[in-house]
Design a protein around this ligand. Sequence first.
Ligand SMILES: Cc1ncc(COP(=O)(O)O)c(C=O)c1O
Length: 368
Amino acid sequence: MKIDKFKVEEWFNKYEHKALYDLADTCVESLSINELIDLTGADVKDLFSRKLNYGDIYGSDRLKNAICTMYENQTPENITVTHGAIGANQLVMLSLIERGDKVVSIIPTYQQHYAIPKSIGADVKILYLREENNWLPDLDELEDLVGLDTKIICMNNPNNPTGAVISEKMLNKIVQIAQKSNAYILCDEVYRGLEHNGVMSKSVADIYEKGISTGSVSKVFSLAGLRLGWICAPKNVITEVNYQREYNTISVGILDDYFASVAIENKEKIIERNLSKILEGKNVLSKWLKNESYCSCILPDGGTTSFVKYDMNIKSANLCKKLQEDTGVMILPGETMELDGYLRIGYGNNPDKLETALNIFSNWIRQQ
Ligand SMILES: Cc1ncc(COP(=O)(O)O)c(C=O)c1O
């Protein structure tokens, strides 16, 4: 299967190890195992005597029950455990999409949501989010794109890179549009739980009979190193997905399963920690934006990233390349997410470093 290059991941591979200040990251400062244990008070003694076999193939009951607490109406039969949200998204698409199928993808977002359907040979129609709509989908445009034969709508809420959060009311309208063509909705909900007002947004899996939610412990739980995600979907979809899954997953590994269970069982504590870091970072970002006349942004309502517009006559990839070469500040160019003229700035890590890096960026702008 031929597939387009994954532009964001390639940018990371090329630049991240050289960055002095990494503002491209989408995680909230990652946790160590010690920090996870301190924060949750988990007793992990029983872990060390466990045999390191494949473990529970589709995820342990403990983990699947914990994942169900992220939803309103889901049972373990609606869950399968995957290698990160990246594995979850790929498995859903490989299971449901066939050559010639009509797919609508809402972008900017993680490139999987349009590159994989395209690589399968689907007819992919793109709905671009626009800043003048507060980065929310224009529902008339969506209705025009979703024909009677659309197989699946691929979207992401809260959104990376813009940080926009779709309200329950709007999500219900998107469901109504999908229902007309009996289309699935795959909603990548990897940032769900990091809404800045502390209210977890509705999951598409809880409000639509053909809604599929993907998630992981990478962002909300600061545990990207576990490589653990999940699919929450109607049972028939989980059955289909598990056929595919036998070919690329077997299981996620006992250690990942164990620590993810600990984390999700203590979600209130971890989310509280993460939201406080995010809000601190967002405050730094918003103060900087007030003083930086060359940059502007609709402040995010969720997640860890902002999509900042810049007023300079240079392509975003060239800007980011030169900025990093000159100063060590790494920012992600909008071009890697199909929208030039924008920069993705993450603010979930150390706020002091963020402030320093943004000031370095401002000084650099003045020198251009
Ligand atoms: C929208 C989105 N989906 C999926 C992923 C992949 O996440 P994971 O680390 O859980 O595989 C990312 C990572 O940045 C993301 O931003």
